[in-house]
Design a protein around this ligand. Structure first.
Ligand SMILES: [Zn+2]
Ligand SMILES: [Zn+2]
Length: 358
């Protein structure tokens, strides 16, 4: 039985290219009690590997969180397989609006402690006692309500390139930090304000909404399926789009354009830009926003130092990387003092708190 990848990313990319078939980029999650995570993990790997599914999937005792791509022709079989698993029957699949056949090049199903790194102690509250799920139409109406406080539950580098009009965009690295900040701001309004939240695909709100209910908030709402699902509904039902800019996503595409507005700036020259890049220096790998001109001039690097490093022989670069740990984790990145135009979201956030939480 083969339970792990045997192809390199390069070999896989060549296979996909040769097959020339459309792949769908899909994400889904479900909080559910999973007893033996390793057996469940192996079961999923075998079934999906056979269907040529690629992606990054986390399995934990609290549930499953999956970002993947599946050949369009295997979609039915994939869906049928999900339906054979009790807690995944009819699970909502978020299907991306822009597809990239190379969004994922490996199938990685990992057993983790949590399906989202959230820093919350699960035993303190019931994750399944969640907020009211609203669809795009209800959400549009709700966010016009003067009693609504709309909170973006994502991190600073995500909301920087796109968010809902009038949303509060906390300047945080993890949504755990947002929870306390918002609770503190709204402590006098747990019963009269409507706390409405959204994130990329809904998973962070699922937990956040349960957390706020546990903390005594009476009116907690969450955008079902997050921005990804909202965008699809807006398009298919002809609704007004209230999201401006780009939606940051966690695969090779980095983002999906939702509206033509470019709300961010190149972190190096300040010109309007909203494309994230990872610094080409492997030892740095900083996630930042870079315009096309700076990209060319800086050769994909975040600084002239990094530009020098990438020109060193490979062995010397490797020496420099030693002991730095895994810098590939983009979730921890996105801040650096040497980027003069990285938006100071702290100030923006402070203004939002004063203006919108009264
Ligand atoms: Zn620039
Ligand atoms: Zn760099």
């Amino acid at each position: 039985m083969q339970l792990y990848n045997n192809l390199s990313a390069k070999e896989r990319a060549e296979l996909i290219e040769k097959a020339g078939k459309e792949r769908l980029t899909i994400s889904f999650y479900k909080y559910a009690k999973i007893g033996n995570t390793q057996i469940f993990r192996n079961h999923m790997f075998l079934a999906w590997d056979a269907l040529d599914v690629l992606g990054r999937i986390y399995v934990a005792h609290e549930g499953i969180n999956a970002q993947l791509s599946v050949p369009a022709e295997n979609f039915e079989s994939f869906k049928n397989h999900l339906d054979t698993i009790t807690f995944l029957e009819n699970v909502r699949l978020n299907i991306a609006i822009e597809h990239d056949n190379f969004a994922f090049l490996k199938l990685k199903v990992k057993v983790r402690h949590k399906i989202v790194a959230d820093g919350l102690n699960d035993n303190t509250f019931d994750v399944t006692n969640k907020g009211v799920h609203v669809d795009a139409e209800q959400f549009n109406a709700l966010i016009e309500d003067p009693d609504t406080v709309l909170v973006d539950m994502r991190n600073h580098y995500e909301s920087e390139i796109g968010h809902f009009k009038n949303a509060i965009t906390p300047d945080v690295d993890t949504f755990r930090e947002s929870l306390d900040l918002i609770e503190e701001d709204l402590k006098e309004h747990k019963e009269d304000k409507k706390l409405v939240m959204y994130c990329t695909g809904g998973i962070r709100c699922e937990k956040a909404s349960a957390y706020y209910k546990h903390k005594g908030f009476k009116n907690v709402f969450q955008l079902e399926g997050g921005i990804i699902n909202y965008t699809r509904q807006v398009e298919s039902e002809g609704l007004e789009n209230k999201f401006i800019g780009k939606n940051f996503v966690f695969d090779q595409r980095r983002s999906e354009r939702i509206s033509d507005d470019v709300i961010a700036s190149c972190h190096q020259c300040g010109k309007p830009a909203d494309t994230h890049t990872n610094c080409a220096n492997e030892a740095c790998h900083l996630l930042f926003i870079q315009c096309d001109e700076c990209k060319e001039k800086m050769e994909n690097c975040c600084s002239s130092h990094c530009q020098e490093v990438i020109k060193l022989p490979y062995e010397e670069q490797k020496k420099l990387r030693k002991g730095q740990g895994n810098s590939n984790d983009i979730f921890k990145k996105g801040r650096a003092d040497h980027l003069p135009y990285k938006k100071d979201l702290r100030n923006i956030f402070e203004t939002q708190r004063k203006e919108r939480i009264k």
